[in-house]
Write a protein that binds this ligand. Structure first.
Ligand code: FAD
Length: 483
């Protein structure tokens, strides 16, 4: 047992249950001082975007409230993480700093320096894993190299032992005799200054309690049918856990345990096809972190070297990019997705693939532009998963969609939103069109357009699908030198 305080440095692990660093801090004995440091420079080129900042504000409020129920509180600070920790150590007499690891390249580099500095100053510095089932540095293929294809990666992972979720004991956390000074969370100025976040409040409940409620809802209502319904954006067929995962309000070990609990009686795990597919999507999250760790250049550079020469189109005055960002491309499924994103900070995975393919293949604009827009507008913007998603969609990453797979936006709309529920919700200008024309409004006869009162409210397609497809195929072929 130790009487000196330990600083518990919260980062992207904003929960009390299954928190390995918290568990170790409690086991060490002595007062626990929970701290969050807003350190933009420490994130390198990827400081949080607008939507994730909104989430973070509310998640910190929720974490502080949970800590208060345990006789504790969250100390909030802003600035260089190393300096803030060092000042706190001086102020509180702490002799240890514990935290859970993150895996973004700039953060790894920063944390290594902080750990070395703390150890040099004779402070006990310990880091733990609470974010992943399989940490990237522990996984390699038979040749001792990182995996680049998902199926063998995941098959290999599933042969390995998996640590169970960490149980945090009930009751108060030991508090210091005197709390150090703290900023008010609002002083971090994380909330948007423009009126943008109204829809976020309707869609989300940031924080650990919200995450657990979301998991429960998904397991009770949607998991069994997940394999069939996960591609239908008009229904709530997926877990919507992604922002909770990103901020560590829930961890994959907890999700795994919740699914395992369903197998208690039958002994069959996973209990059904839906849960098996769902857990393999959680596996894609692991794979994304594996790739980012081993290929740290990929947030900005294609993994496939030859892709650097891709002949992108010229976008005069940025008009095409703007049409895409604002959901004004004239392709309803694309526009619905981009508007859902703006309004709620989230977009259904099927539609993410469609809009990403449209940007890269129909508009031939660099995938990095799309990744940046997502970074700023997604509440679940995550460097590993966003990078994987964009490189996959562009066809330049690991285990990527082949270049000749060009999603036809009309067919995608008809196939995955046949009833038009999704498009009608997000593109109300065309809601009165019959299903037959909904995904290609320009094909509707004039009298039908008049009846549906479209008027000049909805644009014609910014590019012709057939021509854009040919141009994209030619551009991809030119990379291989066989044009
Ligand atoms: P579910 O279907 O319920 O899946 C459960 C969990 O598995 C998700 O919460 C997520 O953590 C993980 N997951 C699911 N699909 C994927 C996937 N394809 N790749 C990696 N992990 C996955 N996801 C993010 O969390 N942050 C991002 O910034 C992000 N950017 C993306 C960009 C593009 C272009 C694309 C195509 C996908 C992106 N994804 C991203 C992956 C995926 O779209 C989201 O994780 C998913 O839509 C979140 O919804 P859900 O929680 O309901 O997922």
């Amino acid at each position: 047992m130790n009487a000196s305080p330990v600083i518990l440095w919260f980062r992207q692990d904003l929960r009390l249950q299954d928190n390995a660093a918290l568990h170790a801090a409690l086991a060490r004995g002595g007062p626990v001082i929970p701290v969050y440091i807003w350190d933009e420079a420490g994130e390198g080129d990827w400081t949080a975007g607008g939507a994730t900042k909104w989430w973070l504000h509310h998640s910190l409020v929720a974490l502080d409230a949970s800590l208060q129920t345990r006789g504790s509180r969250l100390i909030v600070a802003s600035g260089d993480s190393g300096e803030v920790l060092s000042d706190l150590i001086t102020e509180t007499g702490a002799e240890a700093v514990y935290w859970n690891r993150r895996y973004e390249p700039a953060v790894i580099a920063r944390d290594k320096i902080i750990k070395a500095d703390l150890i040099a100053a004779k402070i006990e510095a310990k880091s733990f894993n609470s974010a992943l089932l399989f940490e990237p540095h522990t996984i390699q293929n038979k040749q001792g190299k990182p995996f680049q294809v998902f199926t063998p990666y995941w098959r290999h992972c599933l042969t390995l032992p998996m640590a169970p979720a960490v149980v945090i004991r009930k009751g108060d956390f030991p508090a210091p005799a005197e709390w150090p000074a703290s900023l008010e969370i609002s002083k971090l100025k994380l909330l948007p200054t423009i009126k943008w976040d109204g829809g976020f409040y309707e869609a989300w409940t940031p924080g650990e309690t919200g995450a657990q409620a979301q998991l429960k809802r998904f397991i009770a209502k949607a998991m069994e049918a997940y394999s069939d319904q996960r591609n239908t954006p008009g229904i709530e067929g997926t877990s919507r856990l992604s922002p909770h995962f990103h901020f560590g309000e829930i961890g994959p070990r907890q999700v795994w345990a919740a699914v395992q609990a369903l197998s208690k009686d039958s002994g069959v795990f996973p209990p059904n096809k839906g849960s098996q597919t769902f857990l393999s999507e959680v596996g894609w999250r692991e794979f994304a972190h594996h790739l980012l760790f081993h290929f740290p250049q990929t947030p900005t550079e294609p993994l496939r070297e030859d892709f650097k020469k891709f002949p992108w189109a010229k976008d005069k005055d940025g008009a095409l990019l703007r049409a895409w960002q604002r959901g004004q491309t004239g392709y309803p499924i694309v526009d619905a997705g981009m508007r859902e994103l703006w309004h709620t900070g989230w977009m259904h995975n099927r539609v993410r693939m469609v809009v990403a393919s449209f940007l890269v293949k129909h508009l031939r604009l660099p995938w990095q532009h799309g990744a940046e827009w997502f970074w700023d507008t997604l509440v679940d913007a995550d460097l590993a998963q966003n990078t994987l998603g964009w490189q996959w969609s562009a066809g330049c990453g690991a285990d990527a969609a082949p270049y000749f797979r060009i999603f036809a936006p009309v067919t995608q709309g008809e196939r995955f939103d046949g009833s038009g529920e999704y498009v009608r919700q997000w593109v109300p200008e065309i809601a009165k069109l019959p299903d037959k024309f909904l995904h290609a409004p320009w094909t509707a006869p004039e009298n039908v357009r008049e009846y549906a009162k479209i008027g000049g409210n909805y644009p014609d397609p910014v590019v012709d699908h057939a021509q854009a497809r040919e141009a994209a195929l030619a551009a991809f072929k030119s990379l291989r030198g066989d044009s």
